[in-house]
Design a protein. Structure first.
Lengths: 121, 349
């Protein structure tokens, strides 16, 4: 076994000054995907997205805006044992598309979401 | 046997010197004026708060060397909550792959800031509580400090999304008799982790001999921690400030190991690059405004990584030097021969 692996196993941080280091329960979830027009499949840029814990705890929120390819990326952080469901809210600030929200499981594949928005017209 | 095992891994960890804990002294301003402060901070500082961009630019090269989420940034001061941009700093750190936490006196920690910090991805926090109401307020030199700290503790202890936290108490003759009461209070308030320090003769505390425990009190403190750990109602531990001989592994999970400069670095208010912020500034290794932080981390820090120079003064002939390696870095300064305070001697006498 390499020394680095050994020291990782042995590493028990006992801070003298500072905060506790035992953050192995801390999880970072990446949420990414594409926003498209439901009718024609065209990518939608400038769409605002918001992700937060579904159960209403105070907890991490993150925001994203889709780019010219409709691609967005957000992250969610928190205690791995406590995050089960996330809410994603999607809104077109120019109101050309209907607002949309969805509930996702935090342990599912959240790296290639496909969000299709319905036009108001 | 286990101590020998630990010494071997300590040597390996020192050779690797992988950064995993980085202090950012973001301000020297503080909203309190504590009697025992190790940093000597003030309500208004001669240093302006460090612009977040300066800190971020200094640590960005770490993203090429270290895995995402492997370096914890510990935001300290002064009091970090005096910075209005703290949640935004935290959010940006998370976005760049640095988990972060704060050390706070809790005075300004209310529901609003708690929510903002959680929203920004805070993953660790330490709040100080130095006694029951009268004692704590006297230490802090401000009435209401205790109630404010307790409000912060309640918010944190009840926060489901926070991965970790603890409460710290600096033990001195003034609060020594209150340890049992503080313990009960923390348990009643659902606190899971409690870390006990003694007060180092540095910073503002250097001028006040009355803050040091005598030898008998120090041994009683060790016994109190051992007993509390056996009870198992709260995860009580002694901070990693000193080798304590026969109490090792009874007062914390593992052996004493001062990781300053080995896995712990810092960027201080003036851009200085060092390890824990309470270490004497004569050991500064560089400055982010002149040097590349990653280069300094990798190629300097020799006094931190080879501590044979500490074998002087009362450490010169000490039989446990191989276990303690001269004690904690913050208990040394270049003007003094040897360590400023030896906790092991307190136990022996």
């Amino acid at each position: 076994m390499k020394a680095s692996a050994l020291t990782t196993v042995m590493f028990i941080m006992q801070a003298c000054y500072g905060v506790p280091k035992d953050i192995e329960d801390s999880v970072e979830i990446q949420i990414s995907g594409y926003v498209t027009d439901k009718a024609n499949g065209q990518p939608l840029s400038g769409i605002h997205l918001h992700v937060f814990h579904a159960d209403g705890w105070s907890g991490c929120h993150d925001f994203g805006i889709s780019d010219e390819n409709g691609y967005f990326e957000m992250r969610q952080w928190g205690n791995i044992h406590k995050i089960s469901q996330l809410t994603i809210e999607v809104e077109d600030e120019e109101a050309n598309y209907q607002p949309f929200d969805t509930l996702v499981m935090s342990d599912s594949d959240l790296s290639s979401l496909k969000i299709k928005l319905e036009s108001n017209q | 046997m286990l101590q020998t095992f630990h010494n071997y891994f300590r040597k390996k960890e020192t050779q690797l010197h992988e950064l995993n804990y980085l202090f950012w002294e973001c301000t020297q301003r503080c909203n309190l004026n504590c009697q025992h402060c190790g940093s000597d901070c003030l309500a208004s500082s001669r240093y302006k708060d460090m612009p977040f961009e300066d800190f971020l630019n200094a640590i960005k090269p770490l993203e090429t060397k270290y895995k995402r989420n492997s370096v914890l940034v510990v935001i300290t001061g002064g009091e970090p909550l005096v910075r209005p941009d703290l949640p935004d700093c935290g959010r940006q750190l998370r976005q760049h792959g640095f988990p972060w936490g704060i050390v706070s006196n809790g005075y300004a920690y209310d529901e609003v800031i708690h929510k903002k910090l959680m929203d920004a991805g805070m993953c660790s926090i330490t709040i100080s509580l130095d006694g029951m109401r009268d004692t704590h307020d006297a230490f802090r030199k401000r009435q209401g400090s205790f109630d404010h700290a307790l409000r912060a503790i309640d918010l944190i202890a009840n926060e489901k999304c926070l991965p970790t936290y603890d409460i710290v108490t600096c033990v001195s003759p003034m609060n020594f008799g209150e340890l049992e009461a503080i313990k009960q209070l923390l348990i009643e308030h659902k606190v899971k982790a409690w870390r006990l320090f003694t007060i180092a003769p540095i910073g503002r505390a250097a001028a006040d001999d009355g803050l040091q425990l005598n030898d008998a009190q120090f041994r009683q403190l060790m016994d109190f921690i051992v007993a509390t750990r056996k009870e198992g109602r709260i995860d009580c531990k002694f901070s990693c400030e000193a080798y304590v001989g026969p109490y090792e592994r009874k007062i914390r999970e593992w052996f004493y190991f001062c990781r300053a400069g080995i896995t712990i670095g810092s960027i201080l208010i003036d851009g200085s690059i060092s390890a824990c912020p309470n270490i004497d500034r004569s050991y500064v290794q560089g400055n982010i405004y002149q040097d590349d932080f990653l280069d300094v981390w990798e190629n300097r820090f020799q006094p931190f990584r080879d501590r044979q120079w500490m074998k002087t003064g009362q450490c010169a002939d000490c039989k446990v030097f191989k276990n303690c390696l001269g004690g904690a870095m913050h208990l040394h300064n270049k003007d003094a021969e040897g360590i400023l305070l030896c906790h092991y001697n307190k136990i022996k006498h």
